[in-house]
Design a protein around this ligand. Structure first.
Ligand code: ZN
Length: 81
């Protein structure tokens, strides 16, 4: 099992566009023969919280995970301020 971690944000805040967000939860999902990563992100500027669903571009061997691109395929807004 590979623990995929990334410190860079794919997008900024979906509400205010701030670049700085915090990943407060991250969990792998395996569905329809694909690996996803769900991350709960919180904006440090407007406190918006939302889930992102990310998928690895090209599934590869685990030791190559650090090199592959990730696509953000879905965001789920949790609340507003
Ligand atoms: Zn924000």
């Amino acid at each position: 099992m590979v623990n995929i971690q990334t410190t860079s944000d794919l997008i900024g805040c979906i509400i205010c566009g701030a670049k700085k967000t915090i990943v407060s939860d991250s969990r792998p999902v395996f569905k329809n023969n694909m690996h996803y990563t769900r991350r709960k992100r919180e904006c440090v500027k407007c406190n918006a919280a939302y889930w992102t669903k990310e998928v690895i571009d090209h599934p590869v061997r685990p030791y190559e995970y650090s090199k592959v691109k990730r696509h953000l395929i879905k965001t789920v807004r949790l609340n507003t301020t």
